[in-house]
Design a protein around this ligand. Sequence first.
Ligand code: C2E
Ligand code: CA
Ligand code: CA
Length: 667
Amino acid sequence: MWARQRGSFIAFNVITLAAALAVLLTHLGDAAANAGSAAFWVMVVLAVLAGTQAFAAEIGPERIRVTIAPTVCFSFAILLTWGLWPAAATQAVACGVIAWRLRRTLFEAAVAAARYTLALGAASAILWLGEPDPFRDNTGSSLATDALSVVAAGLAWLAVYGVLFLGTRLGEGLPWRRALVVVRDQVLFNSALLVLSPVLALAARINVAFLPLAIIPLIAVQRLAQLSSQRENIARQDPLTGLANRTGLRAVYDRLVVGPPTRLGAAEPARPSLIILDLDRFKQVNDALGHDIGDQLLVAVAGRLPRVDPRVGVTARLGGDEFAILARADDPQALAQEVARGLNQPVYLEGLRVDVTASVGVATDEGEGFNALLRHADVAMYEAKQRGDTIATYDVRSDRASPAQLRLLADFRRALEVDDVDRLRAHYQPQVSLSTGRIEAVEALLRWNHPQMGPVNPEDIVSLAEHTPVMVMLTRRMIDRVTAQVAAWNAAGVSLRASLNVSTRDLYSEELIDHLAERIAHHDIPPGQLQIELTESAILADVRRAQAPLRRIADLGVTICLDDFGTGYSSLQHLRRLPISEIKIDKSFIAGMAHNRDDAAIVRSTIELARSLHIRTVAEGVEDDITHKLLAKARCDLAQGWHTARAMPGDQLPAWLAEHDDDGRAA
Ligand code: C2E
Ligand code: CA
Ligand code: CA
């Protein structure tokens, strides 16, 4: 399909070229007959100058690129005064200048010149029929025929130009309707220019000094066209770096997936790929060195990203320290590597050396639209961060949910929306102090009872919701449940700290943290009675980025627990820097500690390490008495697990506690 279009595209342009050549050859005679006067050369110079003012505009909602250059009014004026050859030659030179300015190929310049030659040729034929030299009054013709033949020549010019332009656009594969819109605009612009030509021709005849005056309206037309195109561009541009913004990125995506493939030299157009990169230590630079230097760094990074040929892609800044490159790349991985390599050199800002690294996510369009592509690249980028790799490619298998899963997620969302208090609950699992035997805290765990399927494994639904906005909705409901429950317990004289599981996505939702603060105030709970649990990998994915929201939460007085500790290779360094009150040693280590000496050693050293940093330790998944005693001996602070109790509804807890405390005292 595309090959056929390219074939017709080239064929059409070659025919245009050949026809133009034929026209010129048949008019060879008048080439020599027009030795240039001063007026002629002034006109040529003006045409070339106009060529240097050319710019590429994108018109219509489809952003189809057209060239705007006010050269044709000069070449047409030359035609009216000196004939076809000088006009065609001047226009060809101007086309060369335009191509040089806009970095077009020689072939494109030649085709444009040929198109103009044929338009001028048609105009010339009409003039020859009507009034060969309308601006000389010694031919005896009436003023009316003079004017009429000029108008007719202009119309012929427009007709031929319009048809040829339409042919080229159709040959490129642009659909009829859109091609017509482009041609209409281009013809309109050119007719405004052609109207000026007779005035220029007259000025040239009367006094050369008038010529520059005549170009003032021309400058105005050009400037207006430029302004309106600039105004459209501003909305698509990031003012700091000059790259496209998200809107600009989207526009190029739309053009790439619906527009004609215009890359020369490729057999098959590659599907667009999106590369997203997120700088690794940007926040630190910004905080430590100030926003000015931060801005300079962003500009420097923008300068290092590969410039994509605008016909096949775009480089954009999505906001903050996130950049994107959209391109029809045959090998998107190679492009991603080029991006990473380009960044991997230190930047010097006001004498300071800043090392730049980034996490890069790559995804290729699956035909599911812009948002899906953006999300896929985002997922890959986070995977790169999480794995500590530079580059990750989106893997459908790791992300695509089955239709059944999507239905389940939709049901879950619905339950959250209507806030189904019967089916959507928090259960609470006690945490017992290993030194006193008293219950000090609980962990809130989601329980969802699906109307048809019954209880759904919380891990399953959480992993489905994790990368979607449903996650924030869930956490919001859990905040509501848990704060209300803690207040109810307080009123009943039971004082417990409650932990709430929070995902990475939640951490970056300011709204959610606001909501937490608001609920704490509403229920008048001491903030220290609430704790959030974040998995180690969630924080490690981007330690610097996590710092600010963690600080905000800690400033509320809510404590922070690092969940599943031991699975993410946290280093002492990370723990020191973050406002963490508690670590929860992952159940995989706890389960093994009674039988496996390595596990037992890891658990003991973790407890010691935490103790030296004044961080509380909780062991999760404590299932038997041996493990319980081993942990007590290792001076772990709290134990959570089936050995003590399973998670239970909040209103059952006070009764259970009374019983447990009796047991505790009895023991
Ligand atoms: P998690 O945060 O590691 O929660 C602890 C899980 O271990 C819970 O499973 C709990 O029931 C289970 N458990 C407790 N004691 C024992 C024990 O002695 N042995 C064993 N083998 N397991 C024990 P649950 O409730 O199925 O939750 C699974 C996961 O789902 C949680 O793991 C957490 O990652 C996620 N989750 C649950 N509720 C929420 C929530 O409200 N928000 C978020 N973001 N995630 C949640
Ligand atoms: Ca947890
Ligand atoms: Ca856990």
